[in-house]
Write a protein that binds this ligand. Structure first.
Ligand code: PMP
Length: 421
């Protein structure tokens, strides 16, 4: 668990936050909504919804290209959003933050730009066996184009990265290491400082996928020492369609653009074009300005609640959920890493994860069932998928109790449990 649980006071304090999230007040199938699918996307506080609506009603104009007041105003808001992301990740310079559609696009940017420019035949790309498809497939594209080879760090039975194998796989041909900070399928928190240290010792560049980390703990890219860090706003209480890439300045400066168009150029003629400096070089076309405004509000919201307080609350909840779920006969956890964040992944003997998901849904409990975009990891565990409950700052013990009650009901419906149980 990634922070010291601080007992029930914290939990009660966080429960008051439920009121900040209007969607949590709506019933589903006539039941109170118990939203435990936060790994897929988080719900949005009113402050984020208002910020986006206010942008369209008071501030909307295209950025950079206008001399008029409104355009300058919306450009200011966009720039403030970049500064907020810099603060969130503690990047040294605002130029190190590139806006993208999300984690997936950020990884594709790095693969297409850095990857194609720097990888050659026989170079090795080292990924972990618990990567999301978005940190696998873009590297397969690059491997096919460059002749580089993908190597995979195995995952232990407990769902941890096999660090012994990692050290052995690293060698002078390893040019790139791509790892999730926190696994979306298992909740495993990877030892990313150590990964960066060892990877840098052989001269490899490191990308950390922070999609499941930024909403659950404080991230400091300078302390981590990574070369790239990526995340999605929608898993951080922000809007969909906006996320960011952090890249070390000298790497971004040396990388070629990956999409061409307006805003990313310095000069254009039919003979040749020159490009804008980092980060504009990587932001072709009209960006998601309202999304940046919403993301800025989301970061302000989590900073106000406090990432340490969020981590402590979620750890308390995960501990409680682990104890309660462990009491259900036939339930088996997938992933029992020593360091886990906000995710309980499990299977139930005799009931397919999809059936569990459907039965829980009828009780108003939203979980995710399936491969979680980590098919190689599911293959590793010999499973088609798992059921995953993932927590956010607004979840409560009552939510865990509803999950547990729903699982007992599923067992009764499948004839695995007597009604009195
Ligand atoms: N990596 C991880 C670890 C994830 O959890 C996700 C989303 N499930 C992604 C990448 C992809 O994020 P997005 O779909 O927002 O681009």
């Amino acid at each position: 668990m990634n922070a010291i649980a601080q007992g029930t006071d914290m939990t009660i304090e966080m429960a008051a936050r439920v009121a900040d999230f209007p969607i949590l007040g709506r019933p589903v199938h006539g039941r109170r909504l118990v939203y435990l699918d936060n790994g897929a996307t988080t719900q949005k506080p009113q402050a984020v919804i208002d910020a986006e609506a206010r942008f369209y009603s008071e501030s909307n104009a295209n950025i950079h290209r206008g001399v008029h007041w409104l355009s300058q105003h919306s450009t200011d808001l966009y720039d403030q959003g970049r500064e907020r992301v810099r603060q969130l990740l503690n990047a040294a310079q605002v130029e190190e933050i590139v806006f993208t559609r999300g984690t997936t696009e950020a990884i594709n940017l790095v693969a297409a730009s850095w990857g194609r420019a720097n990888l050659n035949e026989g170079d090795e790309i080292l990924l972990s066996g618990m990567e999301h498809h978005s940190n696998i497939v873009p590297w397969q594209f690059v491997a096919q184009q460059t002749g580089a080879v993908i190597k995979v760090v195995p995952v232990t039975d407990d769902g941890e990265l096999d660090m012994g194998a990692f050290s052995q796989l690293l060698n002078e041909r390893t040019r790139f290491v791509g790892m999730c900070h926190v696994s979306n399928a298992l909740g495993t928190v990877n030892p990313v400082e150590e990964i960066v240290r060892q990877a840098h010792a052989v001269g490899a560049v490191v990308l950390l996928d922070g999609a499941q980390a930024v909403a659950h703990q404080r991230v400091d890219v300078q302390a981590l020492g990574c070369d790239f860090y990526v995340f999605s706003g929608h898993k951080l209480y922000g809007p969909t369609g906006i996320g960011a890439l952090y890249g070390r300045r000298e790497l971004l400066d040396a990388m070629p653009p990956w999409q061409g168009g307006g805003d990313m150029i310095h000069t254009v003629s039919f003979e040749r074009s020159t490009y804008a400096p980092t980060p504009q070089k990587f932001e072709a076309g009209t960006p998601n300005i309202a999304g940046v405004v919403g993301l800025k509000a989301a970061i302000a919201y989590v900073q106000e609640v406090g990432l340490e307080a969020i981590a402590a609350h979620e750890d308390t909840l995960l501990q409680y959920a682990t104890e309660q779920l462990a009491g259900i006969p036939g339930l088996r956890f997938i992933g029992q890493a020593r360091q886990r964040a906000a995710i309980a992944s499990f299977v139930m003997e005799g009931i397919h994860p999809h059936d569990l998901g459907t039965i829980l849904d009828m009780e108003g409990v939203a979980i995710r069932a399936g491969h979680h975009c980590t098919m190689p990891l599911m293959t590793r565990f010999g499973l088609p998928g798992t059921a995953r409950a993932s927590f956010a700052l607004y979840n409560t013990r009552e939510d865990v109790d509803a999950l547990v009650a729903g699982l007992h009901k599923a067992r009764r419906l499948f004839g695995l449990e007597e009604r009195s149980a």
